[in-house]
Design a protein around this ligand. Sequence first.
Ligand code: 13P
Ligand code: SF4
Length: 331
Amino acid sequence: MTTATAITPAQPELLVYPPRAGEEPMTAVQEEILRLKKERNAVILAHNYQVESIQRVADFVGDSLGLSYAAAEAEGDVILFCGVHFMAETAKIVNPGKTVLLPDLEAGCSLSDSCPADKLRAYKEAHPEVYVVAYINCSAAVKALSDVICTSGNAVKIVERIPEDREILFVPDQNLGAWVAKQTGRPMRLWPGSCYAHVLFTVRALEKARAHYPGAPIVAHPECTEAVRDLADEVCSTEKMVAFCKSTPADTIIVVTESGMIHRLRREVPDKTFVAGPTENCACNDCRFMKLNTIEKARDALRTMSPEIRMDEAIREAALAPIQRMLDWSR
Ligand code: 13P
Ligand code: SF4
């Protein structure tokens, strides 16, 4: 099932989503997923960037932080995780007794790829004094080398907890790291990684969108570049975007993150209009990794109980400690 997207004829370069009219009936594939979910005693967790048809059948849709708590608290036998690999891996780390399924094992993340564990290990050997704060968008092996994990939703809070006399290395997102450093006033060494999708947003493309909707606030994810963050009215995690869009008096909002976010926003804030943040070349911005998951692959995962997330127990245990620290610090 696809959301009807109205492309305003006068602004063909923008994707504009008007207030939501209502829910379409479930498709046969969605009905099968709901049936299989019961049979398998499964919980379906979905990230805000998943396609609408997947978000619709999920028990919980949220950001990386909310999904980590939901995974830790999940009951039943199976977690079908509709997101990217590091997220499903995190679910397995915090709740190892469950069978964790990911519809497409190739659903990776450019941020995670930018920080291989062997490079981080080498850096730590050369700089043993650093306190490593790892954005959750990294592999289990990188988490295992870190002191504490953070998400975009709690990064400021986490960094504020770290003793003043410690030198911080923030991995792997230099953009989120720079934003947190600015928010906290805490200097940090930044790993040179970035989200390939979020850095595609430019000031020029967003100014064009704003010219069409002069009163519309811009809400942007902190993985965007500094120039884009500076232009935005609000910079926050995907979950906080929901709260921002609910509370702003504006009836139209320009959303500068992956396009799946708009499905969640339309569901939670049905009376407002959302404009997808455009890039230089496209009216919206899909993460090619997130979009590897399809409703059919989600159904097949429950049918076949694969692909399954498996990991070395020693790495899982080592990765759990910094995740647990994050969960404790951000309660
Ligand atoms: P959130 O934690 O804000 O949902 O972000 C996850 C992500 O991958 C952003 O690109
Ligand atoms: Fe990774 Fe960027 Fe995709 Fe998020 S949007 S999963 S950070 S590549």
